[in-house]
Design a protein around this ligand. Structure first.
Ligand SMILES: CC(C)(COP(=O)(O)OP(=O)(O)OC[C@H]1O[C@@H](n2cnc3c(N)ncnc32)[C@H](O)[C@@H]1OP(=O)(O)O)[C@@H](O)C(=O)NCCC(=O)NCCS
Length: 187
């Protein structure tokens, strides 16, 4: 599949590129990023290069993983990244620390789940490690229902599948109950 550009009121979701390498590398130094995601540690510029030059284009070409860079309209600065993994049927996302607290990720998630529904994928899964209330807040705001606590479907770099909060969003069931989100997921 060819990469697709998506737009929302404030954002453009397009492809990560060479000009993003320094920001990706800088943002991925933050310990919380390594803790909650499966990033290489230490995260080097070569890791960003592999991600941009190989991982992302291969994911689109194989229809295996669709990744978008998150930017504001008219501003090439990278805010973060969002991806849909076909095998897990889920969404993964991050924002650089400088760009949190503006609702950008919720807007990006809403845009991607709408596009997925329009293109034949109405059901999208989500998970985060227990305690990642920022990720849970984004999922809750964008219509994911909490489905429970269980091992993560994502296998971490040490082979572990730590306890995770799981959710699902079904575009065909907009009135589905939102589930019993854990107290700890409200911040
Ligand atoms: C998960 C992550 C992307 C969430 O970032 P975020 O900035 O909290 O999410 P959003 O961009 O949707 O912003 C939501 C915040 O902006 C606020 N906000 C400000 N202006 C807003 C607007 N116009 N519209 C909506 N929300 C707005 C919201 O109130 C909310 O803040 P609050 O939770 O304190 O109430 C971020 O914490 C992150 O990158 N974490 C590290 C990586 C990670 O854990 N990824 C997920 C792995 S599962």
């Amino acid at each position: 599949m060819q990469p697709v550009v998506l737009r929302s009121p404030r954002l453009v979701l397009d492809q990560p590129c060479e000009a993003d390498l320094d920001e990706i590398t800088r943002f991925c130094q933050e310990p919380v990023m390594a803790h909650f995601m499966t990033l290489p540690v230490p995260y080097r510029r070569e890791d960003a290069e592999y991600f941009v030059d190989t991982h992302v284009p291969n994911g689109w070409a194989a229809d295996a993983e669709m990744t978008w860079a998150v930017r504001r309209h008219g501003d090439p600065a990278l805010l973060g990244m969002i991806a849909h993994r076909r095998d897990l049927g889920d969404l993964g996302y991050w924002l650089g620390a400088d760009h949190r607290g503006h609702g950008y990720m919720a807007e990006a998630v809403a845009t991607v789940v709408d596009w997925l529904a329009e293109t034949g994928t109405p059901v999208v899964h989500w998970e985060c490690l227990v305690g990642n209330s920022a990720s849970a807040a984004v999922a809750r705001r964008t219509g994911f229902a909490y489905t429970g606590l269980g091992p993560s479907n994502v296998v971490f770099r040490d082979g572990a599948t730590p306890p995770a909060w799981h959710g699902v969003r079904d575009a065909n069931r907009p009135d589905a109950p939102s589930g019993d989100w854990p107290e700890e997921s409200f911040r």
